[in-house]
Design a protein around this ligand. Structure first.
Ligand code: GRF
Length: 193
């Protein structure tokens, strides 16, 4: 079957992007990354460039409104005719235009066991709440933040000695496994019509 065509949106270091690329390379994920888009100067862009993937940085500050910024990104994605948009550490809240065109084609990785600990600093929220299990979630994206249908989750233990960094790193290891696995599931389940 033809590889699932992806647009990957990032804002930071891009370790989840790297995990997707490694899984594609290892042939455990039947996908191809067509374009990587960042909303800021992000180290992850270099990961894409090293893999000869087209990249574009669309700074939020260059647009008067969140909607204008998202419209520009939506137009770029449309040029690449992708099957799936992957938010891999993308830090902008989506507000509308992208859903009008790609409403049922966007997934996100979030570092908590949703519906617990939505929003920023989820591992910190987990530590503050004193939970014994934390983890990550891959879910379909809807206009309500971190609330769309869950595709899969992975749990990790929380230890009494954990800091935000040690817990985040333990969760991140699972993110790197879970996100490519979910993309592969979507690739396998797509309709062949
Ligand atoms: C990950 O923890 C992801 O869950 C969160 O932002 C982080 C991105 O990391 N939304 P990276 O840029 O993929 O390394």
């Amino acid at each position: 079957m033809t590889p699932l065509k992806l647009a990957v949106l990032i804002s930071g270091r891009g370790s989840n992007l790297a995990a997707i690329l490694a899984a594609i390379q290892a042939k455990t994920c039947n996908a191809t990354v067509k374009i990587v888009i960042s909303d800021r100067e992000a180290p992850g862009i270099q990961i894409a460039q090293a893999a000869a993937i087209p990249t574009v940085t669309i700074q939020r500050s260059d647009f008067p409104t969140r909607r204008d910024h998202e419209t520009k990104i939506t137009e770029i994605i449309a040029d690449y005719a992708v099957d799936l948009i992957v938010l891999a550490g993308y830090m902008q809240i989506l507000c509308g235009p992208i859903f009008e065109q790609f409403g049922d084609k966007i997934i996100n990785i979030h570092p908590s066991l949703l519906p617990e600990f939505k929003g920023l600093h989820a591992p910190r929220q987990a530590l503050q709440a004193g939970v014994q299990q934390a983890g990550c979630t891959v879910h379909w994206v809807t206009p309500e933040l971190d609330s769309g249908p869950i595709i899969a989750q992975a749990s990790v233990p929380v230890y009494a000695t954990d800091t935000e960094t040690t817990l985040s790193n333990r969760i991140l290891e699972q993110e790197h496994r879970l996100l490519p696995a979910c993309i592969q599931t979507i690739a396998e389940n797509r309709s062949t019509d």
